[in-house]
Design a protein around this ligand. Structure first.
Ligand code: GDP
Ligand code: MG
Length: 162
């Protein structure tokens, strides 16, 4: 079996856009409106000749209720089944309480976590991304999933722990 990478983070941070970038196809549904991806959706991927499975999840909302609770539960299951976790935050928003809560859950999961700051579409936003060192998850990888900026370095880091 190939290793499994779970992509988690709050709704709307760009998880599905990043998954499409990783698989090189537009199969994951990207939406302006949060909460569109509700399940765990696995895709075949490869990088530098190594095959792996990348799992897109709905947005992880800690302390969620109703439908949001269901989506969050799917993210939790995805992490349990994964060999490593790609945690996505939105550099244009910065760290929210929900992000902090996800970090706590990820620490407990004891899986390798790679932190990436998405929507770093230009150089100015890159400085923003480096404040994410404060999360205590190691080096933050600034990327633009939409434009492909930084995703090669990110995937190198991911494969190193997968
Ligand atoms: P998800 O809910 O985390 O899966 O987020 P989506 O992938 O559906 O994206 C949410 C919104 O963010 C969409 O409008 C995307 O076009 C936008 N988005 C995703 N990646 C980027 C990026 O790198 N830069 C910018 N500016 N927008 C992005
Ligand atoms: Mg999505």
């Amino acid at each position: 079996p190939v290793p499994v990478l779970a992509v988690v983070g709050r709704p709307n941070v760009g998880k599905s856009t990043l998954v499409n970038r990783i698989i090189g196809r537009r199969e994951a549904v990207v939406e302006d409106r949060p909460g569109v991806t509700r399940d765990r959706v696995p895709y075949d991927a490869s990088w530098n000749g190594r095959a792996f499975t990348v799992v897109d999840t709905g947005g992880w909302i800690p302390d969620a209720e109703g439908l949001a609770l269901n989506i969050a539960a799917q993210a939790e299951v995805a992490v349990k089944l994964a060999d490593a976790v790609l945690f996505v935050v939105d550099a244009t928003v910065g760290i929210t309480d929900d992000d902090e809560a996800v970090v706590k859950i990820l620490r407990k999961a004891k899986k390798p976590v790679i932190l990436t700051a998405n929507k770093v579409d230009n150089q100015q936003l890159e400085a923003e991304a480096y404040s994410l060192w404060n999360l205590g998850l190691g080096e933050p990888y600034p990327i633009s999933a939409a434009h492909g900026r930084g995703t090669g370095d990110l995937l190198d880091a991911v494969l190193a722990v997968l």
